[in-house]
Design a protein around this ligand. Structure first.
Ligand SMILES: [Zn+2]
Length: 582
């Protein structure tokens, strides 16, 4: 039997079901890109095959692109030796707000995308913007930080985190162009450029170019502020400064691992304050600890450019606040987390015994940046929330969350005397972490799992903060939080904090697979959890769950409902009126 009525309905659905990206032609910026008026970007068309340059037509709202951009694109007949052509225009912009349709054709190859160019309000709403990123920050990290820092009795928290009282809130979606699961590169890049990108990419779209530094770029917030305003820019992180989150403020690369090149990008933009780890990529190759493959000495170059150099907590305290431009490099790699550095002291890098706390770096950055009457943008990252969550070490990641919160408290105090400041606190992606109750050593039984209390048998943990520093006096209490990750390789669950140093759940076997680290096998009561992740993965992975973003101050009301991560760029550019004739 023929159901002839099905045919027209099916045909009518086709244009809806096939997204523009399914075309043989790839166009960058991609479909549905949202851009700031006057923001710079690279335009690239990738044809599937080699095409004749005379056949190439690029129309922007019906007009030839050369009429819009007053220049001819670079036609690449065989890109990277492929039997395929590309057209590239670097560093272009669109200065009129509105919807744009870009139609491309060359012979039989055709494609189109739609962009929206937005203009910001004419009047600047905030003088300063402070963006806090808890790398990997998930809801359980915050709940854990509140319980360990403030305590909880009879169902009510005994105090509130600084983050808890920020006035406005939204959920954020974090997925990338190529994958539902994101990393810190494309997620922070979305905040810093307003464009989506692919996993491991910073400030570029993932095109087919072979050279990681030759993908279509989008101007970063750091570049935009330095090009179009007299505002100051500050970057603070306890990771390597070249790590994805701090790098995204300035960088353009397909590979976040291009760390030597990223230092050069910092130098090109020259943020006024840079504090963190990662000196290995600033030092020339002949210096011990360097990871560069050349003789460039970026510490010397920054000093010649007028930067005050500080290398430990003491010099940060003495010379930091008075500086006009400040470079603080406190570790060759990632700095040490707060649980080890301040409390356990068993696993602190011996070569760097005097690293500053994130709170010290935040305060000094504010001292330097607030000297500029034109205002500033400051990004502060608590990076080790993520770096402790990968190895399933919840205590360390929660301690680093408390440190993030104490840094937010410093910014809130600054905003009391500088009310024209917007404070935003969020993560960049989440982890699969959850609190389910308590682990009580006093419970009977020899197996540790019998000591896990749930529902009414959980009761309350017995952490205490008698000295009022915001951290428990002792992390290894007899009745602690029961916190588990929902994704893991094979590992031994010990139900206890790791007092000698960060948890190392796996080791590599001779086949190159990650197996449970036998060092924890004989911890009393440890149980083997058989992994649910591929054996090529050494720890827990990022989750796709929404993030929470909170904000207070000038323009915070723009944060509400569900937002895509690219929309945070729009919030920042709107409150600073960056896309309007000045
Ligand atoms: Zn991560």
């Amino acid at each position: 039997m023929k159901a002839s009525w099905l045919v027209p309905i099916t045909l009518a659905l086709i244009p809806v079901l096939i997204p523009a990206t399914a075309s043989a032609v790839n166009i960058y910026p991609i479909d549905r890109a949202t851009m700031l008026t006057g923001g710079k970007f690279d335009f690239k068309v990738e044809f599937e095959k080699e095409v004749n340059p005379e056949q190439v037509s690029v129309k922007i709202n019906g007009k030839d692109y050369q009429q819009i951009w007053q220049k001819k694109g670079e036609f690449i007949k065989n890109e990277d030796g492929l039997n395929a052509s590309s057209l590239v225009l670097k560093d272009v912009d669109l200065t009129s707000a509105g919807d744009y349709k870009i139609e491309v054709s060359a012979g039989k190859e055709t494609g189109s995308v739609n962009w929206n160019i937005y203009q910001t309000p004419a009047k600047r709403q905030a003088k300063n913007v402070i963006l806090f990123i808890g790398d990997g920050l998930s809801v359980a990290h915050r709940t854990g930080a509140r319980i360990l820092s403030k305590g909880i009795t009879e169902g009510k928290a005994n105090g509130r985190l600084a983050i808890d009282d920020l006035s406005d809130m939204a959920f954020i979606g974090t997925s990338s162009t190529d994958s539902i699961a994101a990393d810190s590169a494309n997620t922070m890049s979305a905040y810093m450029t307003g464009h989506k990108s692919g996993v491991n990419a910073l400030g570029v779209y993932v095109s087919r170019a072979k050279d990681s530094l030759n993908h279509p770029k989008q101007e970063t917030l750091g570049e935009l502020l330095k090009r179009t305003t007299n505002m100051s820019v500050g970057i603070v992180s306890d990771a390597e400064l070249e790590d994805a989150t701090p790098a995204a403020v300035v960088a353009h690369t397909r590979r976040r691992a291009d760390k030597s090149e990223i230092v050069g990008m910092f130098y090109d933009v020259k943020p006024d304050v840079m504090l963190g780890g990662g000196s290995a990529y600033f030092l020339p190759q002949n210096v011990a600890g360097s990871k560069r493959k050349d003789d460039e000495d970026y510490i010397a170059r920054f000093q010649q450019a007028g930067y005050q150099l500080v290398t430990d907590a003491d010099s940060l305290k003495k010379k930091g606040a008075g500086a006009e431009k400040l470079l603080g490099l406190f570790h060759t790699g990632n700095m040490d987390g707060v649980l080890d550095r301040r409390f356990l002291k068993n696993n602190v890098t011996k070569k760097f015994p005097d690293q500053p706390d994130l709170t010290d770096m935040t305060q000094t950055a504010l001292d330097v940046l607030s000297k500029n009457d034109n205002g500033f943008f400051l990004m502060v990252e608590s990076a080790l929330i993520d770096k402790a969550s990968h190895p399933l070490d919840w205590e360390r990641s929660v301690y680093n969350t408390i440190m993030l919160d104490q840094s937010v408290a410093i910014a809130k105090k600054f905003a009391e005397t500088h009310p024209d400041t917007l404070i935003i606190v969020t993560g960049d992606h989440t982890h699969g972490i959850s609190i389910i109750g308590t682990v009580d050593d006093e419970k009977s039984g020899t197996e540790m799992r019998e000591k896990v209390g749930v529902y009414e048998t959980a009761g309350y943990p017995n952490y205490q903060d008698t000295n009022g520093d915001g951290y428990p006096d002792n992390v290894d209490v007899s009745k602690r939080l029961a916190v588990f990750f929902n994704n893991y390789p094979d590992y031994y669950e010990t139900f206890r904090p790791k007092l000698d140093g960060q948890f190392e759940p796996t080791i590599k076997n001779e086949k190159g697979e990650y197996i449970a680290n036998p060092a924890y096998k004989d911890v009393p009561g440890a149980v083997l959890r058989t992994g649910i992740l591929p054996r090529s993965i050494d720890g827990g992975v990022h989750s796709v769950d929404d993030l929470v973003v909170q904000a207070s101050g000038s323009g915070a009301e723009r944060i509400h409902g569900y937002m895509d991560n690219t929309e945070l760029f729009r919030v920042i550019t709107d409150v600073l009126a960056l896309g309007h004739d000045k």
